[in-house]
Design a protein around this ligand. Sequence first.
Ligand code: ADP
Length: 760
Amino acid sequence: MPQMPNTIPFRKSLQAKPLIGVTGVIFVISVFVYIVVPLVAEQKMTDEMIKHTKGIGSISASSLSSAVFFEDIEIVEKVVQDIREYDEVRYIAVFDAANKVMYETQKGRYAAGLTAMPHLKDEYSIIDSSVILKKAIRNNNENIGFLLIEVSLRSVQKEIEQFRATIALFVLGSFIFSIVAVILLFRPIMQRIKSLVIAAESITQGALTERAPTKGNDEISHLAIAFNTMVDSVVRLYNDISYTNSNLEKIVEERTAALMNEVEVRKLTEENLIVARNKAEESNRTKSAFLASMSHELRTPLNSIIGFAQILREDEDVTARNKHYLDMMYRSGSHLLDLINDILDISKIEAGQLDLYPEQSLLADIVESVRSIFSVKAAEKDLLFIINVDPFCPISIIADARRLRQVLINLIGNAIKFTEKGSIKLLVEVTDTSPEEGTYTLLFRVIDTGCGIDSSQIERIFKPFMQQSSRYSEGTGLGLAISSKIIEKMGGKIQIKSELDKGTEFYFELTLVSPDFSHDVIPHKDDSHRIQATKGQNLVALIVDDVLTNRVLLSVILESIDFECHEAENGKQAIEMIESLNPTIVFMDLMMPIMDGKEAVDIIRNTMNNQTLPIIAVTADVMTSSKESLLEIGFNDVVSKPFTIEQIHATISQFVHVDAEDGIVEGDNSHTIMNIILDEDKELTIQSTVAALLTLPSEQSNALFAAIELQDFEEMLHILHSQPTDNPWLTKVTHILEKAAELYDYKYFSKLLEEYFITK
Ligand code: ADP
């Protein structure tokens, strides 16, 4: 609170302003009166004097007319004496027409004549506190001389000085009077204000009963009454606050206790929440770990089941009946694998771990792979399978092709499953392009003429494990849930149009970046690791896996394409064997006792400093290790269990190339001899090829097919080349067999053998 000052400086006091105001006004008026009034009075008196002098001058000049004319000095002197009667006249002179002095009162005062007084131009002039009058003396309208009279203004000045002194005295008196008056007038006011201040000070210092005196009925007494009322209110408020204060402590104590309780409760809740969250995270981790290990445990035996079923299916010794059983085994294994993949996908989605790996892919490849999967299935059900890709679609797109394919496979698979007659269509259309962004917006539509979906079921079928309630079908009910999440992750949304018993359309739009805009060249697979095998060189594969069946399966596949296979049970053994064996390629399982695959690769790349050896990760764990992370730590490629023979061949082909002369080249499916035959000569079927070869002498044809059976392609080509060249069919067949040997298309050769044995 600001302190009340004990003494107030005069310039700040209430009296100061009126005092300064009044004295100021008096001062200004006095200055005005002191300066202006005497000036006016002086002017007036001077004018009077001039007028008077002029009067004397006029009378005297006419009196002097004849005296000057007759140069009568006596009369002149008499007139001058008359003029001198006037008190203030100091000098009189009479001049004749020639400006010569005829008479003057003080000799020589103006002797120099009027010409020496150039300032004396007019009738009169004021010089040195005197009025000097020059009056012409005329006779018959002719100037015959002039009279000069000097009248002193001293008396005027004296009077003015006295006047000024009187004014000064008056100003001083007014000053003193006004100061005294203001002080006397303000004293009672100041005293009453002072008593108000004293009362306020006393109250401030705690004398709450003190009040300001309120006598009278003027503004100050009103102020005092208002002040006292205010003090009353403040005192009342003060009493209230004191009362509240005395209670406040109690209230604060109670509130603090309550708050402490609340804090305790919150702390407990928070702790419980943390425990619950930790438990949830723990169980999530356990679930992920369980799924990862389950997936691993399921994939490992499945690898053997699917792999061996596939190998045995190709075996010539297997009867048709057993082949059928093997087919069932292969299909069931594949179905089980799909199921495991779906369950893994859905748990990845639930854990928010579904990651996309976009890369440059050919749209045609994606569509073609879908076609190759479903064309047979559709044909089996007598359904028309139509694929139509808008010609304005980009050639290549940046997308996770595996996931996009997965969605299309799910939608088309469903369409075929739920359609009994009519058609299935896959349409890809361009709905928008943005060259600035380098993107295409593609609309994917899967349309069937099947049973349709009830509108009440549409929401339901997108939920995991849900199918149409009225219609049980084979399947897990996970496909759509996974597909819709994948498309959402890619920035789209799967939508449905459906009519019961008429058909269904699933469609979604994706905006995808396309390198077509930048005219980028599609990158070829990296050839830097590709090994050029020279003639006679042994191809050595090291298979590292702790599970015997997995090692055997890979050995069978690799030996069938002329690899010499060696096996190690863990990373440590593998490292020792790499030094002595110098293998062409290594297939390395990830989870193994003693030393796992990742540690082994780390040692091979960093300690042994072997950067060129192709090492392929073989993993049943698709949950925890992404392909990217495995490539980063030094693997060259990843094969996930269960794998197919074709996948192993495709993987090897990236790293090992064998010249045609060496007899073997693994098969890239897109370049199999079947395609070449179709491309080159559509009439040349398996049957006609075998028929052409059977035109050879039986000894030679037997030797030729024996060589094919032994996969001795050198011998086979030798027999062919030793034949006469005049048979165009044989020439064509030779050419094809050369290519098949070059591509090591064992499928083609097994089909030839099959046909050969049937025909024979
Ligand atoms: P699943 O096919 O394994 O049952 P999905 O999630 O792929 O699981 O499909 C869920 C359900 O949606 C199917 O069971 C079926 O009832 C319904 N459905 C999906 N696609 C179609 C379709 N093209 N026509 C009719 N019903 C369909």
